[in-house]
Write a protein that binds this ligand. Structure first.
Ligand SMILES: Cc1cc2nc3c(=O)[nH]c(=O)nc-3n(C[C@H](O)[C@H](O)[C@H](O)COP(=O)(O)OP(=O)(O)OC[C@H]3O[C@@H](n4cnc5c(N)ncnc54)[C@H](O)[C@@H]3O)c2cc1C
Length: 330
């Protein structure tokens, strides 16, 4: 069997690994300490926050099929928030969602965690170099330790990171360099007691913020302690990338005050996370980038979109193509 290294344990990487586990010896390397990538969940005391993806929709039959299985098991649940548009200069207005919006239970990272059961995944391990050796590729971590020799290497990281890591011979370097990722800051707030707001989720206009939601209003056994999640506007975040993180936190809190007035007391917990690569503003037209002659590939949400479903489809379609190649080369 051919050996295959997958970089990243987000939804694209885990989908790819699951699909290929019977056709190759698959090893997944993930630099962070948990599964899910940008489908991220953080716990702090009695609070819990989905500080990356907030929900996902399913517009393709393939993704709907996956969701149907997990909805039956309650691992994925539909979220039906009271949703508003908020603008500091205008009256709030009610919005409707016209398609199901899903969340994983009990946290957004749970989906990848469950999908990864039985896979060979090494966490806390950043792939720092990929060197050509006589047959295949030698991967090393950030301490220079060898991670192993592999016939194939596939990156599922955001395109700018894939561009840095994949060897110069990768045939699609120019495609990688055209994908533009926008940053985002996630502000997490935990409150000692429960509070009644007139919304569970809000799209925000004309503000440094773009989204505010009560994480504790989501279904699926999340802790009941009242928690708010605010995301920055992507364009605003670009202007703040080099700013001191305390200043960014302060400006986001000010923006939230402007929106909600004195409807909330000071939070008990305040945390902030910076996503340097949050959302593909321009994506690649292909569903994946496969360089057959060098046995290298890249995939992820930025192939065809910028959402959870796009990441899943990119991993799935690359897996189908690789299965054919692996069978042909066996
Ligand atoms: C703030 C925010 C809000 C969002 N909101 C939504 C939403 O509401 N709905 C929606 O559908 N989508 C949303 N998204 C987008 C969604 O999260 C992504 O589309 C999806 O999770 C991408 O999955 P992926 O597997 O392609 O990439 P990722 O989840 O980024 O996975 C890539 C993985 O590779 C790892 N990695 C990178 N480099 C290395 C290396 N050198 N070695 C080892 N590991 C490495 C990373 O740590 C990461 O875990 C949001 C994203 C953010 C950041």
């Amino acid at each position: 069997m051919k050996s295959l290294a997958i970089i990243g344990a987000g939804i694209a990487g885990i989908t790819l690994a699951r699909q290929l586990q019977d056709s190759a010896e698959v090893s997944v390397f993930e630099k962070s300490r948990g599964f899910g990538g940008r489908m991220a969940t953080r716990r702090a005391g009695s609070y819990q926050f989905d500080h990356g993806a907030q929900f996902f929709t399913a517009r393709s039959q393939q993704f709907q099929n996956l969701i149907n299985d997990w909805v039956t098991d309650n691992q994925i649940q539909a979220w039906l928030p009271r949703i508003l548009t908020l603008d500091p200069e205008k009256k709030p207005f009610k919005r409707e969602w016209f398609e199901p919006h899903y969340v994983a239970a009990p946290g957004m990272n749970s989906l990848c965690k469950t999908l990864a059961l039985g896979l060979n995944v090494t966490l806390n391990t950043q792939v720092a170099s990929i060197d050509a050796v006589e047959q295949g590729w030698l991967l090393k971590d950030s301490a220079g330790e060898k991670l192993g020799h592999f016939d194939w290497v596939i990156s599922t990281s955001p395109a700018p990171q894939a561009n840095e890591l994949l060897p110069d011979c990768f045939a699609y370097k120019s495609e990688l360099s055209t994908v533009d990722f926008a940053p985002c800051f996630s502000l997490m707030l935990g409150y000692e007691s429960n509070h009644k707001l007139n919304f569970d989720a809000a799209v925000v206009k004309n503000s440094p913020l773009s989204w505010v939601a009560s994480n504790s209003s989501k279904p699926g056994g999340r802790p009941p302690s009242f928690s708010l999640m605010a995301h920055s506007d992507n364009t605003w975040a670009r202007t703040q990338l080099e700013s001191n993180i305390d200043d960014v936190r302060h400006r986001m809190l000010e923006a939230l005050d402007k929106l909600l007035g004195d409807s909330l007391p000071p939070p008990e917990l305040i945390a902030i996370h910076r996503w340097k690569y949050a959302k593909a503003d321009t994506s690649c037209e292909e569903s994946f980038l496969l360089d057959e002659s060098n046995s290298l590939a890249a995939c992820g949400d930025w192939c065809g979109g910028n959402r959870v479903e796009d990441a899943y489809l990119s991993g799935l379609k690359l897996a189908e193509q690789l299965q054919t190649l692996l069978r042909r080369r066996a």
